[in-house]
Design a protein around this ligand. Structure first.
Ligand SMILES: [Zn+2]
Length: 257
C-alpha cells in the first residue's frame, strides 16, 4: 500500500512554517510554451538545485519546530529536519540527495529553542514511479512528443474530481522499489507503509500521509493519525468516513468542457 507524503501544516497548529526562501544565487526562471501542444510551464535554471538555502519563518505562527516543515514560498520544495534524514537512513531507506536549509532569525515569538538543521529533498533524483493518468483523474492526458510535457483536460478532470473520489494510481510495473519516491511529470511525493512506521517509531512531527486510494482529491482529508503503531486500524475508519462524507465541500456548479 502506498501513500502521498508531505507536510501537514494546513491541519496542524503549533508548528511554524517557512514564509520565504532566500537563494544564495539569483533565482532564474522563465516562461515557456510549446508550439505543438500549447502547454505552458516555468523553466528553472538547473544549477539552482545545487545550492544551500536560508529560510525565514512566519513570526506569528507556531511554538515548535516541526520535522516536516511547510513552505509557503517559491520554489515549492520538500523540506525535512535532520531527524527525518537520520531516521530514514537508520531504517535503511537509502541515502537522500539533499541540501541544507538554514532557518535564520527572527524566529517565531513563541519558540524558545534553536531551530534544527533542515534539508530539502531533490525530487528530480527521486523519480520512482509513473502515474496511471486516466485512473488518477487526469482526463484526456497525453505526453507531447515535442516538449515531453504532460497535458490534460483540466475542466473535465476538475468535474470528475469534485463528483467522486479519485485515487493516485500507479502504472503497473513502474515502481522501482524505493520507499520514498516521486512520480514523473507531477510533483507528488509518495512513500510505503514502512515510512509511516518509521515516523511513529521516531516520533516525527507534522507529516501528512494520505492513502493513494483517495489521494487524487484529498483537499479535505486531514492525513492519517500516526501517533501509534495502531495507525492501520484508525486509517481504515478515517478513509471510510471520508468516503461517506464525500463530497465534503457540498454541491458545486457544473463546469463546461
Ligand atoms: Zn508540447
Amino acid at each position: 500500500m502506498f501513500f502521498k507524503f508531505g507536510h501537514n501544516s494546513f491541519y496542524t497548529s503549533g508548528y511554524t512554517w517557512i514564509k520565504k526562501l532566500i537563494l544564495k544565487q539569483e533565482y532564474i526562471a522563465w516562461d515557456c510554451a510549446c508550439v505543438a501542444c500549447g502547454k505552458e510551464w516555468r523553466e528553472e535554471k538547473e544549477n539552482y538545485y545545487d545550492m544551500s538555502l536560508d529560510a525565514q519563518v512566519e513570526r506569528d505562527k507556531g511554538s515548535k519546530w516541526p520535522d516536516m516543515i511547510g513552505n509557503g514560498s517559491e520554489p515549492c520544495l520538500k523540506i525535512i529536519s535532520q531527524r527525518v534524514l537520520e531516521a530514514w537512513e537508520s531504517e535503511g531507506f537509502g541515502h537522500f540527495p539533499s541540501f541544507p536549509v538554514r532557518i535564520i532569525p527572527p524566529f517565531p515569538k513563541k519558540v524558545v529553542s534553536e531551530p534544527p538543521m533542515y534539508y530539502r529533498l531533490d525530487n528530480s533524483k527521486l523519480e520512482g514511479v509513473e502515474l496511471d493518468w486516466e485512473a488518477s483523474g487526469f482526463c484526456d492526458a497525453k505526453i507531447c512528443n515535442i516538449c515531453g510535457k504532460l497535458s490534460w483536460n483540466e475542466n473535465k478532470s476538475f468535474k470528475m474530481e469534485t463528483e467522486q473520489i479519485v485515487p493516485l494510481a500507479f502504472k503497473e510495473g513502474t515502481w522501482t522499489g524505493m520507499d520514498i519516491f516521486c512520480s514523473k511529470h507531477v510533483g507528488h511525493m509518495f512513500c510505503t507503509e514502512k515510512v509511516i512506521d518509521c515516523a511513529v517509531k521516531h516520533k516525527l512531527t507534522n507529516c501528512s500521509f494520505v492513502p493513494c486510494e483517495i489521494a487524487g482529491n484529498d483537499s479535505f482529508f486531514r492525513g492519517i493519525k500516526y501517533s501509534t503503531l495502531n495507525w492501520r486500524v484508525k486509517m481504515q475508519a478515517q478513509v471510510e468516513q471520508y468516503r461517506n462524507d464525500f463530497p465534503p465541500w457540498g454541491p458545486i456548479e457544473a463546469v463546461g468542457e
